[in-house]
Ligand binder design. Structure first.
Ligand code: HEM
Length: 402
């Protein structure tokens, strides 16, 4: 019996996934869901939005339309909301955030370096993505830490709770889970609307952008702002932690990157393939569909095996190896595919690249604690180390800041 492909509580079950790809590419899981293991099937399924609809909430949980996260909004409305969000986080704007990310990474690493080491996940990695999103949104720097706490709170609670009242009516939504957070976002929107000269930030752009003559309502803006924080925080944290784990546990790789810094973007891409921060995407199957000879009935949950697809031997030579010479390094599915493909991919790549760059700049040698074993984070869909205890040696001063 093959292990449950959805269960990554002891780490992504790569051996079991390889067996599924070989003998049973469309399988039933112990919980009654279906699971797609091959790259081609997962990619095709991400594009098939008529049959597969995003599903993160517990059965029976319903939210008001204006509180639907962008991933849940059906077409054609999804396309419209997505165009508004895309234009607000356009690529050319993302590149402007690089100096902020670099300075932040230096400040965070200063403390770890001064102590000669620590837990890189807690002390260096965790604050980066939430602080960067808070900065992009235009949050007052004094509130950045509170913002990061809210992010964890809503990721843990929003999807499953408090969105349906006992009498069956729609519940109080996000405001019921994190009233301080929604109040904060509402105030940001109201202040910018009232101001004659609002700051040039993401919230102002969201207010001003229209598609087909339509603006988002205040509640829709608040929902999507909160979702940007939720979707961009935990994921990017695991990307950076996975990258650092790869280089800190392999002295040859670490030395090579020191000598060839232009390999940093390639390493980020290989990390996304080898250890995708989201190992599985869940969908509801809306109509019967047959894949590889197996009919998946309407009404069941389907897991798209992102981590499995990324190690498919039909797509990659030597798929379990971490290699920096792959010809089509960006073919992985870490950011999904189809109409819901991640709009934050450029920002995530930038953060991964800059965090590693600064780490290499500041750290001559890094050793993980003897006996280190990766403990996975306790989030069902996520794939990253909970801790990364290291000793750092031979550290040079931060020359870049004088
Ligand atoms: C390494 C980091 C990241 C990974 C691995 C990642 C992965 C993904 C994946 C797989 C999807 C597709 C979900 C689906 O099809 O159901 C997605 C969607 C999304 N991501 Fe990311 N993401 C990352 C970072 C970010 C960042 C930094 C942001 C924004 C600041 C972001 C915003 C979003 C949004 C808004 C969606 C929904 C898009 C839609 O449904 O049209 N993500 N992401």
């Amino acid at each position: 019996m093959v292990a449950d492909p959805l269960d990554a509580s002891a780490g992504v079950p790569y051996e079991a996934l390889a067996e599924l790809r070989e003998v049973c590419p469309v399988s039933r899981t112990p919980s009654g869901a279906y699971f797609l293991a091959r790259h081609g099937d997962v990619l095709a399924a991400t594009k098939n939005i008529e049959v597969f609809q995003a599903s993160f909430r517990a059965a029976g949980v319903v939210v008001p339309a204006e509180e639907q996260l962008i991933s849940e909004i059906p077409e054609p409305r999804h396309g419209k909301v997505r165009r508004i969000i895309n234009s607000a986080i356009a690529q050319h704007r993302i590149s402007r955030v690089e100096p902020f990310v670099r300075a932040l990474c230096h400040v965070l690493l200063d403390r770890v370096v001064a102590r000669g080491g620590g837990d890189l996940v807690a002390d260096f990695v965790t604050p980066i993505p939430a602080t960067v999103i808070a900065h992009l949104l235009g949050v007052d720097p004094a509130d950045h830490a509170r913002f990061a706490e809210w992010s964890d709170l809503v990721v843990q609670s929003t999807y499953a709770t408090r969105n349906r009242r006992e009498d069956g009516a729609d519940g109080e939504g996000l405001a019921g889970v994190a009233p301080d957070f929604t109040g904060y976002l509402d105030a940001m929107i109201a202040e910018r609307k009232a101001s004659a000269e609002p700051p040039d930030d993401f919230v102002t752009r969201l207010i001003n952008t229209e598609v087909d003559g339509e603006h988002l309502t205040d509640l829709e803006m608040r929902t999507q702002l909160a979702f940007l924080l939720m979707s961009g925080n935990e994921t990017t944290r695991h990307l950076i932690a996975n990258i650092l784990e790869a280089v800190c546990t392999d002295a040859v790789l670490f030395a090579r990157l020191h000598a060839e810094r232009d390999l940093v973007p390639t390493l980020v891409e290989e990390s996304l393939r080898h250890d995708p921060p989201i190992h599985v995407l869940m969908r509801d199957c809306l109509t019967d569909i047959t894949i590889d000879g197996v009919t998946i009935p309407a009404g069941v949950k389907v897991g798209f095996g992102i981590a499995s697809a990324n190690r498919d031997e039909r797509t990659y030579d030597d798929p379990d190896a971490f290699r920096l010479d792959r010809p089509s390094a960006k073919d992985h599915l870490a950011f999904g595919g189809g109409p819901h493909v991640c709009p934050g991919a450029s920002l995530a790549r930038l953060e991964g690249r800059v965090a590693l760059d600064v780490f290499l700049e500041r750290v001559d040698q890094a050793h993980v604690d003897i006996g280190y074993r990766r403990e996975p984070v306790p989030v069902f869909w996520a794939n990253g180390p909970r801790r990364l205890p290291v000793d750092l040696t031979g550290v040079g001063p931060d020359a870049s800041r004088g």
